[in-house]
Structures are given as structure tokens and as C-alpha cells.
Design a protein around this ligand. Structure first.
Ligand SMILES: Nc1ncnc2c1ncn2[C@@H]1O[C@H](COP(=O)(O)OP(=O)(O)OP(=O)(O)O)[C@@H](O)[C@H]1O
Ligand SMILES: [Mg+2]
Length: 306
């Protein structure tokens, strides 16, 4: 048997040199800064229904997200899943933080001076802050309230994003099948196939919005963010876009902000109701409208305030 002996004590710690057993020692070269816990209440508990697992998987997760402009929070401690093959509808009165939340998902808020966020936004489990921003915005694409086609042809609008992400500039023949496929998915192909060189700005508002959707789809995103995509459109174009959204969710996750409660009910699989930056309720669409759990949701969906 080997004789055992107590190693000499480490003068820095007064503990035996082999104590504790083999663990990595970290030597600090400066005194660590100790951060005091926040005095603000932390809204960390998922609201009923959030993060429950269903048949579809979470494409994105939002965990305890607080977004501030110049230190003033516009979104407060929101935890929500964004599920694949589902439409999540965000509703709530003006100024409650819907667009801010949406724009933070693909890091557009960081373009606003003074805007910052805490908490975690993950895409397929990866923190979006660690992804190259151009990759993130290709994978998490956005359509805005006002259709914003570029002042170029229909073809070039859709080809634009594909060209941008290609290393070598592809020719028209190489681009044509992808442009056609995106226009078909956006439900615009039949109306424009005969004249793809027409200036996009000569299309109607509803057609322009579908062109913007085609442009977003051309780079094959995994998540489509839509901020009031129908609010500038007539009822017929609105119906066309709603039909399109229902179709899109077969292949990706959609998040739509809308002031139109009927629309949220028609297209949403889940609905999140926000009020003054807080997530008040997240539930399957039908349940949120027929059996809201929170009094504030009940008042909002019954039209008591808006
Ligand atoms: N760029 C900005 N700089 C400073 N404050 C901002 C900015 N954008 C939004 N805010 C503030 O953040 C809060 C949330 O605004 P946001 O646009 O996210 O609301 P919303 O729910 O989308 O409203 P709406 O339904 O009217 O579009 C508001 O108080 C707004 O004034
Ligand atoms: Mg908004």
C-alpha cells in the first residue's frame, strides 16, 4: 500500500494543495464586478399555454424578452413560442409593443438608436444574437404594413434577394424557376406571368403586397413576420392574402400582427394578446376569443376598449 501523506497547504487558500480533487482552477486577474439583482419584478413565468408542446415543434422561442427604447421598456418580459406550421397572431391596442416584438425577432430593432433588449430569442435553439444578421433576416423574413416594392420590374423585385445571397450573379435563365415558384406561392403568378418586366409600382396595392410576399419567399425563409399586412388593402385583397397565409403555414411559421380581431381568429392557430408591453394571454385562437382567461383579454376581444 502506498503511504498517504497530506500535501502542504496552499498559502493562498490555506487548503491542502490537492483540495478540491481535480477540478479546473480559475485564476482571476481582477476583482469581479458583482451585479445586484434587479429591483424590478422579473416576469419569467410562462403564461398558461405558452411553451406547451403540441404536434408542431417550436421554430423560435422568445424567453423573458424585454425591449427598451432609450431605457424605457416597450415589451416587458415576454415568453412565447413560435411554432412551425402555425400562424401566431399578435393582437392588442395601439402602442402595446406588437411591432417592437416582431421587429426584434429578426434584429431590426437594433437599427433604432437607443433600442436594446434583454432575454433570449432563439431560432432552432440558437441565440439570434450569435447568427450573422443577413442569414437571420433571410431565415426570418418580414413583410410590412405598406407594400414596399422596389422601383424595378416584377421579375427583378423577386430576383433581388436571390441575387443578393448568391456569390456569383446568376443569370435570368437560372433565376426564372425560383422567381416563378415564389410568385406562385404568393398567389400572384397567374396575374403577372404574361408581363414580368412590368414596373412593380404599376401593380395594385393588393398585388404589390403579394409581390412583397413573393420577394420574401424567394429566399426560402423559415419564419415569415407580417406587420398588419392587410391594413392598407381592400376586403377582396385581404381575403386573398389571408388565404395565402393559411397556405404558407404548411411550410413555415408565420407571425402576423393585426388590429382586425376577426382576421386573428380566421388565420391564427394561436393568438397572443399584449397590453402595455405585457403579454396578457396566449392561447389557441378559438379559446382566446370564446373563453379568455384574463379579464383584460375579455374586455379587449369584446370591444370594450381598443
Ligand atoms: N423608434 C422608436 N423610438 C422610441 N420609441 C418607440 C419607437 N418605436 C416604438 N416606440 C414606442 O414603443 C411602444 C410600442 O410601440 P409599437 O410600435 O411596438 O406598438 P404597436 O403595438 O405596434 O402599435 P400600433 O398598433 O399602433 O402599430 C410605444 O410606446 C411607442 O411609442
Ligand atoms: Mg405596430
Amino acid at each position: 500500500m502506498q503511504p498517504t501523506s497530506t500535501p502542504p497547504a496552499d498559502p493562498a487558500t490555506d487548503l491542502p494543495a490537492n483540495f478540491p480533487p481535480p477540478v479546473r482552477r480559475i485564476t482571476l486577474d481582477r476583482t469581479p464586478t458583482v451585479v445586484a439583482p434587479s429591483a424590478e419584478p422579473v416576469h419569467h413565468t410562462p403564461i398558461d399555454g405558452a411553451l406547451e408542446r403540441g404536434a408542431t415543434r417550436d421554430r423560435m422561442t422568445i424567453d423573458n424578452l424585454t425591449v427598451s427604447y432609450a431605457g424605457s421598456p416597450a415589451v416587458k418580459g415576454v415568453t412565447l413560442p413560435i411554432r412551425d406550421q402555425e400562424v401566431l397572431a399578435l393582437i392588442g391596442p395601439s402602442g402595446c409593443g406588437k411591432s417592437t416584438l416582431l421587429r426584434t425577432l429578426n434584429r431590426l430593432t437594433e437599427l433604432t438608436p437607443g433600442a436594446s433588449y434583454t432575454g433570449l430569442i432563439a431560432l432552432d435553439g440558437a441565440d439570434v444574437r450569435g447568427l450573422p444578421v443577413t442569414d437571420l433576416r433571410r431565415r426570418v423574413s418580414m413583410v410590412f404594413q405598406q407594400p414596399n416594392p422596389f422601383p424595378m420590374s416584377i421579375f427583378d423585385n423577386v430576383a433581388y434577394a436571390i441575387r443578393e445571397q448568391s456569390k456569383r450573379a446568376p443569370g435570368r435563365a437560372a433565376l426564372a424557376p425560383r422567381v416563378e415558384s415564389a410568385l406562385k406561392r404568393a398567389g400572384l403568378w397567374d396575374e403577372v406571368a404574361h408581363d414580368l418586366d412590368r414596373p412593380a409600382l404599376r401593380l395594385s396595392g393588393g398585388q404589390q403586397q403579394r409581390l412583397c410576399i413573393a420577394r420574401a419567399l424567394a429566399v426560402e425563409p423559415e419564419v415569415m413576420l407580417m406587420d398588419e399586412p392587410c391594413s392598407a388593402l381592400d376586403p377582396k385583397s385581404t381575403m386573398v392574402i389571408e388565404e395565402l397565409i393559411r397556405d404558407l403555414r404548411k411550410s413555415l411559421a408565420v407571425v402576423i400582427v393585426t388590429h382586425n380581431l376577426q382576421q386573428a381568429r380566421r388565420v391564427g392557430d394561436h393568438v397572443a394578446f399584449m397590453y402595455l408591453g405585457d403579454l396578457v394571454e396566449y392561447a389557441p385562437a378559438e379559446q382566446l376569443f370564446t373563453e379568455p382567461q384574463a379579464e383584460r383579454t375579455r374586455e379587449y376581444v369584446s370591444g370594450a376598449f381598443g
